[in-house]
Design a protein around this ligand. Structure first.
Ligand code: FAD
Length: 396
């Protein structure tokens, strides 16, 4: 494992930093302080970022150049992401570039790639993910959204829930049941792309404890979906779904050590600004030791990511241990924010009006928001089960 950049990597990192300094609008920097999901930046707010990325050809780090991507190799893409989150730029890559993009490259038809990839990378099509249902979360294969075959495709009936940003998206990718009586529940599921303004779709936002409407319920009532919006083979959507979850778990923002480091800096700042016994909270040696322990955990996360990177560079498959990043990162982030809330005292439980930033009475928003980190993208308990079985090979 090499913890230092090679001269080429260092030069590439320098280029990325320079470009970020010069081209990313100032108001879009410093945003991502580990918040699980902010209220979501709209298309208009992200437009200057999208056009700057487009101009540079960097709108999708790993995507091949012929589809409008940057064509970075794995290491370059990690460096690009590190610099992106170090600068605190909002994550515009999520559902489109990180999830549906790679899936279309692997499983989509040529016509689907032509139709969706470029506009997705340019940020013109915003996607959301329709997996979870009231009766299907950890046990996703239990899903019941029905897609009955019609003359020219499918008719959807049923419901999705916890669909992040559905009210701000243009398209949704859903898992739907095309065979109501399969031999195994993982069979008979299909992966469909659905335009959100199709008649019969109702989107109802849900407001969470932090006061924002991050996600929605999405209802489908006799919604027609043309056959050319099926990705992969009919009834074989489970394979596509699992491939997509692999992308989701590694790209989760709380798996990113730069996000941790920004949050730890915010704890220090809070301690320095909070008066205590004639000085500030930062004078307390015990507190400084607790902060140092968090810093060590963030450094461990970083080193583990580098170990993973070395494995991928050697051509090995990363395997289920990537789940550790999301699990450890999400729990570490919760510990960081809990400490910040403790340090801030009464200021840690007041409610601010701004969605980002931690120094103006918004710690409470952050602390409530971060509870979701160990639920979304798979719960901590389920991650532990999988790690126990598939990484540690513990007996069931
Ligand atoms: C902020 C946020 C954003 C989300 N965004 C999306 C989205 O965009 N699209 C989407 O499809 N979904 C989304 N989700 C849903 C998310 O994927 C589910 O909440 C998650 O998979 C858990 O499912 P559930 O809520 O049905 O809980 P359940 O699966 O019902 O779990 C309830 C509890 O039981 C525990 N549990 C369940 N099974 C086991 C087991 N086998 N062993 C031990 N414990 C177990 C769980 O850990 C949990 O504590 C989002 C969720 C959140 C919080």
């Amino acid at each position: 494992m090499n913890l230092k950049d090679t001269p080429e990597q260092e030069a590439f990192r320098g280029q990325v930093r320079e470009w970020i300094d010069a081209s990313v609008p100032a108001h879009l920097k410093g945003h991502r302080q580990g918040i699980v999901q902010g209220p979501g930046l709209g298309r208009d707010e992200l437009a200057p970022l999208n056009s700057a990325l487009s101009e540079r050809g960097w709108q999708a780090p790993e995507m091949p150049v012929e589809f409008g991507g940057a064509g970075f190799d794995f290491t370059q893409s990690m460096i690009f992401r590190e610099e992106w989150s170090r600068a605190g730029i909002p994550d515009r890559f999520a559902m489109g570039v990180e999830m549906v993009g790679p899936i279309l490259l692997k499983y989509g038809s040529e016509a689907q790639q032509q139709r969706f990839l470029e506009p997705t990378l340019r940020g013109e099509i915003v996607w959301c993910q329709g997996y979870s249902e009231p009766g299907a979360g950890s046990d996703l294969a239990n899903l019941a959204l029905r897609a009955d075959a019609s003359e020219d495709g499918y008719i959807l009936n049923g419901q999705k829930i916890w669909t992040s940003q559905a009210h701000r998206a243009h398209w949704i990718f859903v898992l739907a049941r095309t065979d109501p009586k399969p031999a195994k529940k993982q069979e008979g599921i299909s992966f469909l792309l659905v335009k959100l303004d199709t008649p019969g779709i109702t989107i109802r936002p849900i407001v969470t404890i932090d006061g924002f409407d991050h996600f929605c319920e999405v209802f489908f009532e006799n919604v027609p979906v043309p056959a050319d919006q099926l990705v992969g083979e009919p009834h074989k959507g489970w394979t596509v779904a699992k491939a997509l979850l692999g992308h989701e778990r590694f790209s989760h923002p709380t798996a990113d050590p730069n996000v941790m480091n920004r949050a730890i800096e915010a704890v220090k700042q809070t301690a320095k600004n909070t008066p205590n016994a004639g000085g500030t909270m930062w004078d307390d040696a015990l507190l400084r030791r607790r902060v140092a322990a968090l810093e060590m955990d963030a450094a461990c996360l970083q080193s583990t990511r580098y170990r993973y990177l070395t494995k991928v560079e050697r051509g090995e498959s990363p395997g289920p241990e990537t789940l550790i990043f999301k699990l450890f990162g999400a729990e570490l982030m919760q510990r960081i924010v809990e400490l910040q809330q403790e340090v801030a005292g009464p200021a840690g439980i007041t409610w601010g009006s701004e969605p980002f930033g931690l120094e103006t009475g918004e710690i409470a928003i952050h602390a409530t928001n971060i509870r979701a980190a160990t639920i979304r993208g798979g719960t901590a308990e389920v991650h532990r089960n999988v790690i126990a079985q598939r990484v540690l090979h513990l007996p069931r």
